[in-house]
Write a new protein. Structure first.
Lengths: 200, 465
């Protein structure tokens, strides 16, 4: 995973609430077994059916920050939604509220999910709508979003922030505690179910 | 101060806890399917890692599988590759797999409980948001993304911050014709799709105490549809009776030990929830959705709402967009909405009790002209049981299609899909745009409403017949 420290780029207003992961990437695009190439599926239905959809507008073609309405990423757990946004070129998503699983997936995969108040999001929508070239900075070091003299702090727990700043692999960190895991396993309830191992 | 059920489940699975870092949580069972696992197995391979506990892992094929002519190879080459990739990965890493054609195959959230693999007190995860289903047994069960699937495969643990706790209390007897599906749809309409965000929810009260295990599974299944991380019901005699004798349930002296422990899995009297919601079951009626998220629902007796009536601007815009997509106008009576397709199935309502309920309504009647009705059992065992009870003959006599097990028309990943503009009454869990096929329009309903709708051709309850 790449490190995330400070990103400055153009931003795209997605003026919709309740954008579920079926919209971010429809199920038919989930059949790939590789980790890359999901950009084609990003908002595929809206891109196909709505000529004015924000991803179809040239003036936002350079955007790397998506600014969405509340309850972005609800629904299905598909991490493909995060991969589609990353593969398309987005580095960060801003929303007043995220679906829990989507937010977790994003922060595991290095897409910064930033929660800002709905009124601030609406102001940002207006500003980037007026001038799509407005530089927007998402600063993980200072935990701030900044544009045109506006400075807004966002919350992210210290641990997740550190992991993203360092670009660390969660699994490697956990496996350092293998002894603790083994100790836990030694005292599990004896009746807990096990599926037979098909290698034995 | 006492603990809630969710806190007891959490605390009993903490491998390691330290200031400033998430708890490391042990996972008792990891369920795997073909869609969210290939990149996880590939990640293991690239890092030279193995599956730590293949014996605590179980895989099946459900999202991509066709539900008819299953003896043939999967026609769609991309779906076939995904299923074959799962088979290859399971063989390589030693994971038990129930493939298409096996009697134990089915939707992952149907086969876990059916095998007795889902038990009280466990932590259960799967790369699927409807994993909350298993909470019906008093387990802590939640959906995860593919990065976390890889994490669990490699370590049998997940680093997580403990969510807050919420009680949803529903008391009273459900009126005739009102099902667990109506209860959860009413909860979601009350709270909105984000109302449960950040919470582990416990469903409490006499309504849930009187509910069957399958009804509790329907309720817990849809916890994610109002944003909750997990949903659960405390285990009781109903739970124990359901589990006893199942293939993976404890037996002999271990059964008694297990039951003694399971009885302790209740919220203490002096425990405090971070939030509480309550509902009176006796006021509920059959509930259906009119919009494009599960929170956009209303009693069947009402009409399509006027977007202008919503105070909140984003709710109003969402309602306008939903009506445009659904091809509906404000004020239309919900009962006047005609459908092309009725889908009975999914991890929400694809169990034997659901099929019995549908058969009970449809027996001796016919599916309306011009309406296609699909009845898709959640697992091959549910299919076998339904056939043993003669339900398949009732469906066939009514003109419905009787299928093999899979996710089917719940999501547009396999051949069972809506065509653009087609409208369905569906017992599944999501009415998102395009969920059942590109351009398809979905009304979420209970099995009883699905059956009555199939007969009349428009949204209806059995009382209308």
């Amino acid at each position: 995973m790449d490190k995330f420290t400070v990103h400055t780029g153009q931003a795209m207003p997605l003026r919709r609430s309740n954008v579920d992961t079926d919209q971010i990437i429809p199920a038919v695009y989930l059949k790939r077994v590789s980790r890359t190439g999901f950009e084609d599926g990003l908002f595929a239905a809206w891109r196909a059916n709505e000529p004015d959809f924000v991803l179809n507008q040239d003036r936002f073609a350079r955007a790397t920050i998506l600014v969405a309405g509340p309850d972005f990423g609800i629904g299905s757990s598909r991490e493909h939604a995060v991969w589609a946004l990353l593969d398309y070129g987005f580095k960060a998503v801003i929303s007043p509220r995220f679906g829990d699983i989507f937010r977790g997936n994003a922060l595991k995969a290095g897409l910064l999910a930033v929660v800002l108040d709905e009124k601030i999001v609406q102001r940002l929508w207006d500003d980037i709508g007026d001038d799509p070239t407005t530089p927007v900075t998402v600063d993980l070091v200072e935990r701030q979003v900044r544009w045109h003299g506006e400075v807004h702090a966002f919350e992210l727990d210290d641990y997740t922030r550190w992991r993203l700043l360092e670009g660390l692999d969660d699994i490697g960190l956990t496996l350092q505690h293998s002894d603790d895991i083994a100790a836990y396993e030694a005292q599990r309830k004896p009746w807990l179910p096990a599926t037979a191992n098909s290698l034995t | 101060m006492g603990k809630t059920l969710a806190e007891k489940l959490w605390d009993s699975h903490v491998v390691r806890s330290a200031e400033g870092v998430p708890d490391l949580l042990y996972i008792d069972m990891h369920l795997v399917h073909e869609v969210t696992s290939p990149q996880a197995f590939e990640g293991l391979r690239l890092a030279g890692r193995t599956v730590r506990r293949p014996d605590l892992t179980l895989a099946t094929e459900d999202h991509n599988v066709p539900t008819e002519r299953i003896e043939l190879p999967i026609a769609d080459p991309v779906s076939r590759t995904q299923v074959e990739t799962l088979r290859k990965n399971c063989a390589e890493f030693g994971v038990r797999l129930y493939p298409m054609g096996n009697l134990e195959q089915g939707i992952v959230h149907v086969i876990g409980p059916q095998l007795g693999i889902t038990q009280p007190g466990m932590t259960i995860v799967c790369g699927d948001s409807h994993t909350s289903t298993h909470g019906a047994f008093g387990a802590l069960a939640f959906g995860i993304g593919t990065s976390q699937v890889e994490h669990v495969l490699a370590s049998q643990t997940l680093p997580m911050d403990r969510p807050k706790t919420m009680a949803v209390t529903v008391d009273g007897d459900l009126p005739e014709g009102v099902t667990p599906k109506d209860v959860i749809l009413a909860v979601i309409a009350k709270t909105g799709t984000g109302g449960g965000q950040g919470y582990m929810v416990e469903y409490r009260g006499t309504t849930f105490e009187q509910m069957s295990m399958e009804g509790r599974m329907t309720v817990c299944n849809m916890s994610i549809e109002w944003g909750a991380r997990a949903g659960m019901v405390a285990p009781d005699e109903t739970t124990f009776a359901y589990l006893k004798g199942r293939p993976h349930a404890p037996s002999g002296p271990e059964w008694d030990q297990a039951v003694a422990y399971w009885r302790s899995l209740r919220t203490d009297d002096d425990a405090v929830f971070d939030a509480e919601v309550s509902l009176d079951a006796t006021t509920l009626t059959p509930f259906v959705t009119w919009g494009t998220n599960p929170g956009q629902g209303a009693p069947l007796s009402e009409s399509v709402p006027d977007p202008a009536a919503f105070d909140d601007e984003s709710d109003r815009v969402a309602a306008e967009n939903a009506l445009a997509y659904m091809g509906l106008s404000a004020g239309t009576r919900l009962r006047d909405i005609e459908v092309d397709t009725v889908f009975v199935g999914s991890c929400t309502n694809g169990r034997i009790e659901d099929l019995r309920a549908v058969a009970g309504v449809i027996k001796g009647r016919r599916v309306a002209d011009g309406v296609r009705m699909l009845v898709v059992p959640g697992s091959m065992r549910v299919r076998a049981q339904a056939e043993a009870e003669g339900l398949d003959a009732i469906f066939a006599a009514a003109g419905a299609e009787w299928r093999s097990a899979g996710c089917s028309m719940c999501l547009g990943m396999n051949p069972d899909q809506l065509a653009p503009g087609e409208r369905s009454a569906s017992t599944s869990n999501r009415n998102f745009e395009g969920r059942q096929g590109k351009g398809g329009r979905t009304h979420l309903v209970s099995p009883l409403v699905a059956a009555a709708t199939a007969v009349t051709g428009h949204l209806a309850s059995p009382a209308d017949l």
